[in-house]
Write a protein that binds this ligand. Structure first.
Ligand SMILES: NC(=O)c1ccc[n+]([C@@H]2O[C@H](COP(=O)([O-])OP(=O)(O)OC[C@H]3O[C@@H](n4cnc5c(N)ncnc54)[C@H](OP(=O)(O)O)[C@@H]3O)[C@@H](O)[C@H]2O)c1
Length: 409
């Protein structure tokens, strides 16, 4: 990418000059204690002179947050759980790091003036903090796909209004971003999201009935947080990514395909009207897409295993099986029906996944209860503002919690 290239999102195009000079780049990592957060800090730690850490946030993991704040000399460290404020403050005694806690402080962390913000809080809890970064026109590296599932139209509108630069971190969307010709968008025939198929790719439904949380989080190719690992096992993750792709690339649902690719080498593809198909490939390591966003608009080195296609040997592809993994069909239907359905689906899925991880419901109950929650609350108008999103999210959580209780009884 050269000087004066353009940073594009589905919402528009924005001039973005090559980053120059030796001034350190100020960065904030929302969700710094998670899988994406620690991978981000791993990259930053390899070239500390280049970055100045403004804020780091966690939900409950005070020990790791305080260790990170000390290591990176962060100006602010925020823990989401207000009850942990005292522990965080004590852990930061003698450092120059300010401590804060609670949902408002998370938003304040994102509102602080950092050039680059990694949005890696899991779930809809990441929406309001991420919007704060968007609203001050920051460069936002977006890992938190739930923002786009629960509030996609609103989120992309805010990106356009405030001239924020949105860089997708999800490996599939990052891959598409790298090969998507925004100047000839009308010449894009399809985008093709690849999916590993998760740990139960070859399992039949009978076996999945008794799948345990430990089995579900044991992803064959990627090391990730618990929620996204379960989402991968149900294939709800690919559904969420389908909605995410629809918003980031402004592509209609019928121009988005999903293809199972067990090796997770081809991270996604863009097919053009002339028959060309462009793909981005690499070993499955999130530090590659994170580095793409951290270095943007230049490429930076990432300490990942190099792709050796000769050693990989065979790349397989197959169509998804909607009968064994109904979540994909459910999300397609939800996107088609529109209205509040995606917001409801996202909230219900968070509740159902948490219940499964707590061993209160079975693996197959996850998609079934999400489906029932969507049916119970629909039709409902699409949210037009943040308050609408939060209201719908609350209603869906309450409805799905009731269904979980009934299923667990
Ligand atoms: N992991 C991946 O490879 C990957 C790939 C693509 C996309 N993503 C997306 O990136 C996001 C993060 O995933 P992850 O795997 O890194 O998750 P994770 O390991 O579970 O980490 C989640 C982070 O968010 C914090 N957090 C959790 N609940 C919160 C709340 N209510 N308020 C504030 N902070 C909260 C956690 O803090 P504590 O540590 O204190 O709980 C942690 O820092 C998800 O949206 C996921 O879909 C992840």
């Amino acid at each position: 990418m050269g000087a004066d290239t353009h940073t594009q999102t589905g919402a528009g195009t924005r001039a973005h000059p090559r980053r120059g000079g030796d001034a350190p780049r100020s960065v904030t990592v929302l969700g710094s204690t998670g899988s994406i957060g620690t991978n981000t800090l791993d990259l930053i730690a390899r070239d500390p002179e280049r970055y100045r850490v403004e804020a780091l946030t966690a939900n409950a993991n005070v020990d790791l947050l305080a260790t990170q704040a000390r290591q990176f000399n962060a100006r602010l460290a925020v823990v989401g759980d207000p009850a942990r404020y005292g522990a965080l403050k004590d852990a930061l005694v003698g450092t120059g790091t300010e401590a804060a806690a609670g949902p408002e402080a998370l938003k304040e962390a994102a509102a602080r003036p950092a050039d680059w913000v990694m949005a890696a809080i899991v779930g809809a809890a990441g929406l309001e903090p991420t919007l704060q970064a968007v609203r001050r026109g920051a460069t936002v590296a977006l890992a938190n796909k739930e923002c786009l599932v629960c509030a996609g139209d609103l989120f992309m509108r805010e990106v356009a209004t405030h001239g924020a630069t949105l860089l997708p971190v999800d490996s599939e969307h990052n891959a598409i971003f790298q090969v998507f010709d925004f100047e000839q968008k009308a010449r894009v025939h399809k985008i093709i999201l690849t999916a590993s198929g998760g740990p139960f790719r070859t399992w039949d439904r009978a076996a999945m009935t008794s799948a345990t949380p430990d089995q579900a989080v044991a992803h064959p190719n990627w090391s990730m947080g618990a929620k996204i690992s379960v989402d991968s096992a149900t294939m709800m993750n690919k559904g969420l990514e389908y909605i995410e792709a629809h918003h980031i690339f402004a592509m209609p649902p019928e121009q988005i395909d999903i293809l199972i690719h067990p090796q997770s080498v081809v991270h996604s593809m863009v097919a053009y009207v002339d028959g060309s198909v462009l793909a981005q490939l690499g070993t499955p390591d999130m530090r590659t897409p994170i580095a793409f966003t951290l270095g943007w608009p230049e490429r930076m080195p990432a300490p990942v295993a190099r792709l050796d296609l000769g050693a990989v040997g065979t790349l397989q592809f197959e169509a998804p099986d909607d009968a064994r993994f109904p979540a994909v069909r459910l999300v397609r239907d939800v996107l088609k029906s529109g209205g509040a359905a995606p917001t409801i689906l996202n909230a219900a899925n968070e509740v159902a996944v948490a219940a499964f991880l707590d061993r209160r419901i079975g693996f197959l109950d996850i998609a079934a209860l999400v489906d029932r929650t969507v049916s119970r609350l629909q039709p409902r108008a699409a949210p037009t503002c943040l308050d609408d999103v939060l209201d719908i999210d609350r209603a869906a959580r309450a409805a799905c919690t009731e269904l979980v209780a009934a299923a667990a009884a």
